[in-house]
Design a protein around this ligand. Structure first.
Ligand code: RB5
Length: 148
């Protein structure tokens, strides 16, 4: 099965309501959603969900990923420990567009306590519809991981 329109989503207790809202929005425009949890208000640890989504990206099960915590910071820190992940913490449409065009971000991390629902929905829509520009950016992305 092609992963072209599959997105893996994950959140902690601070982000699961926004995650669920954005997951439904992705389904509404034809994407298949892999929901890695959490799915309730019980306190959990954000890295567990960042790693679950990142594992799906690395396994080739999903093209893109969405992570939501209180700020987006912790999720981005954890996800970017995965060599194949380029996770951008985004707060608005412009950051999201550039994260796709220039950085080929394959995960975005949103902060449910910082970014309103309408802006978050804009971010998701742009994330799903904006292509990486390639070209000069390829050389830079190739240098993201430390030299061995
Ligand atoms: C949870 O209280 C909070 O620390 C978490 O959602 C996130 O903001 C961490 O970066």
């Amino acid at each position: 099965m092609s992963t072209a329109r599959i997105i893996a989503v994950g959140a902690d207790h601070a982000g699961y309501l926004l995650k669920d809202q954005l997951a439904q929005a992705a389904r509404d425009v034809g994407w298949t959603v892999i929901d890695c949890g959490t799915n309730g208000p019980a306190s959990v640890d954000y890295p567990d969900f960042a790693h679950a989504v990142s594992d799906r990206i690395e396994a080739g099960d999903a093209k893109l990923g969405l992570l939501v915590c209180g700020t987006g910071i912790g999720m981005a820190l954890a996800a970017n420990r995965h060599p194949a992940v380029r996770c951008a913490q985004v707060r608005d449409a412009t950051e999201t567009r550039l994260a796709r065009q220039h950085n080929n971000a394959n995960i975005i991390a949103l902060g449910a306590r910082l970014t309103g629902d309408a802006v978050a929905l804009d971010c998701l829509t742009i994330f799903l519809t904006t292509d990486y520009e390639g070209g000069r950016h390829d050389r830079r992305l190739a240098k993201l991981n430390p030299p061995t």
